[in-house]
Design a protein around this ligand. Structure first.
Ligand code: 5GP
Length: 195
C-alpha cells in the first residue's frame, strides 16, 4: 500500500531499540480514511479464506481490525489484556510478552465469543517477535476454531515474528514491511510480505 508506506516515511519516528512510533496515524491519533483503505486491503486479501470473525488485541490493533471486520461484514472480537469485572471467568487465556512494554500480560477472550465453527482472521498493528499474534493463535486453537490468516499493518522483518508464524504454517500478510530501522533510517523491504 503506497499510501501507507508514504505515511510511515513522512510521519513515522524511529525510537531506540528498533521501535517505530506511528502515533500520528495509527497508535494515538488515528487516520480514519487510511484505516478504511487498510480494512479494504485486508478484506481483499483474506475474503477467499471465508473468515467468520476478526480477532485483535487491545488497544492498537482495534482501528485497522474494525475496518477489516466492517469490510468483511463479520464481528470483531477484541482480546483483553485485563479481564474486566463485566467478563465472566469463562475465558480462553494466553500469555503474551510485550515487545514495547517489556512485560508479560495474560490476554483473555470470553468463551462465548469464539467456537469450533469459527474461521478467525487475526489482525494487529505491528509484527515484531510475533508474541502477540502467537498468543491470539493459541486462543483460536483453544476454541477449536481455525486461524484463517494473520493480517499485519507493519511488519518489522528484522525481527523474528514473521519467520516464526510462517514456519508454523500461518498465512501472514503485511501491508508494509520494514527491513531496517538502523541509524534512525526507515528502510522498507522491496516487496510487501505475504505467503
Ligand atoms: P510482537 O508481539 O510481535 O513482538 O509485537 C507486536 C506488538 O507489540 C504489537 O501489538 C504492537 O502493539 C507492539 N509493537 C511491536 N513493535 C512495535 C513498534 O515498533 N512500534 C509500535 N508502535 N508498536 C510495536
Amino acid at each position: 500500500m503506497r499510501e501507507l508506506l508514504e505515511k510511515i516515511a513522512t510521519e513515522g519516528e524511529v525510537l531506540a531499540g528498533g521501535v517505530l512510533k506511528v502515533d500520528r496515524f495509527l497508535n494515538h491519533q488515528v487516520a480514519p480514511q487510511l484505516m478504511k483503505r487498510i480494512g479494504e486491503a485486508f478484506a481483499g486479501r483474506f475474503c477467499g479464506e471465508r473468515p467468520t470473525k476478526v480477532l485483535t488485541l487491545e488497544s492498537s490493533g482495534i482501528s485497522p481490525a474494525i475496518m477489516a471486520a466492517y469490510e468483511l461484514g463479520i464481528p470483531l472480537v477484541v482480546a483483553r489484556k485485563r479481564r474486566p469485572v463485566t467478563m465472566a471467568d469463562d475465558v480462553y487465556r494466553a500469555e503474551v510478552y510485550s515487545f514495547t512494554k517489556q512485560e508479560t500480560n495474560e490476554i483473555v477472550v470470553s468463551r462465548s465469543l469464539l467456537n469450533s465453527g469459527d474461521r478467525v482472521l487475526i489482525i494487529d498493528d505491528f509484527l515484531a517477535n510475533g508474541q502477540a499474534a502467537l498468543g491470539m493463535t493459541e486462543i483460536v486453537q483453544q476454541a477449536g476454531a481455525v486461524v484463517a490468516g494473520i493480517g499485519i499493518v507493519i511488519e518489522k522483518a528484522f525481527q523474528d515474528g514473521g519467520r516464526l508464524l510462517r514456519a508454523r504454517g500461518f498465512r501472514v500478510v503485511s501491508l508494509a514491511c520494514i527491513a531496517s530501522l538502523d541509524g534512525g533510517v526507515i528502510q522498507f523491504a522491496d516487496e510487501v510480505m505475504s505467503q
